[in-house]
Design a protein around this ligand. Structure first.
Ligand code: SAM
Length: 212
């Protein structure tokens, strides 16, 4: 993904009350951060945050944490929060490679991955957010009944993800190559920015749900 530099984004993020600055210190005590015992659902690679913001609006009984590597996109999510603050939504700027240092075992109820970067070269496969290396990290932080939900329009990445999930011993409870035509799976679907963009071009959207 090409990123535009957004002037002042780094500084705004460093001082935003919607961003947890030293997320390692919240490990095992995210409930205290939110001030309640609601389940915690996270999106990794949230981009500008449209998906998570909508979910947080629709589900006030769930706490959401948006994780994003780059300030220039995360800043857009923060701006939405500044306009209309939701008590159950906060952000972390980090590389998801370090996810285990931020969440204790079993602390997360659900992980969303939406339109993750495909890293098309074979030698970069382990950087894909659905690679077995990342699945092993998710296995540690997800609760026993936790689940992973993944959407993409990239068929190669999707097939890779189905394969990795099976190889890693995860169970696929549902999957489709055309989400928007699948009545059952599409019920209550919240569109992401990329989903809007790619489905408008006519690309079918793939989705899988995986549990251990
Ligand atoms: N999820 C959004 C959507 O569907 O509209 C954004 C999709 S965008 C293609 C992928 C996002 O994931 C980018 O904003 C990128 O910076 C972020 N990302 C990629 N690898 C990441 C990582 N290892 N840790 C955190 N964020 C990551």
């Amino acid at each position: 993904m090409r990123l535009k530099h957004v002037k002042g984004a780094e500084e705004a993020i460093e001082t935003s009350r919607f961003v947890i600055q030293e997320p390692e210190t919240a490990r095992g005590r995210w409930r205290d951060i939110f001030g309640n015992a609601q389940p915690i659902h996270i999106e990794i690679g949230m981009g500008k945050g449209q998906f998570l913001y909508t979910l947080a609006q629709e589900n006030p009984d769930v706490n959401y944490i948006g994780i994003e590597k780059y300030s220039s996109v995360l800043i857009r999510g923060i701006q939405k929060q500044e306009q209309n603050e939701l008590a159950n939504l906060i952000f972390v700027r980090m590389d998801a490679e370090a996810i285990e240092s931020v969440f204790a075992p079993g602390e997360v109820g659900r992980i969303y991955l939406n339109f993750s970067d495909p890293w098309p070269k074979d030698r970069h496969a382990k950087r894909r957010l659905t690679s077995r290396q990342f699945l092993a990290r998710y296995d540690k932080i997800l609760s026993e009944d936790g689940r992973l939900e993944f959407k993409t329009d990239n068929r190669m990445l999707f097939d890779f993800s189905l394969e990795e999930a099976r190889e890693a011993g995860w169970r696929l409870t549902a999957w489709t190559y055309d989400l928007h035509k699948d009545k059952q799976l599409c019920e209550g679907n919240v569109m992401t920015e990329y989903e809007e963009r790619f489905s408008a071009k006519g690309n079918p959207i793939c989705k899988l749900i995986a549990v251990r």
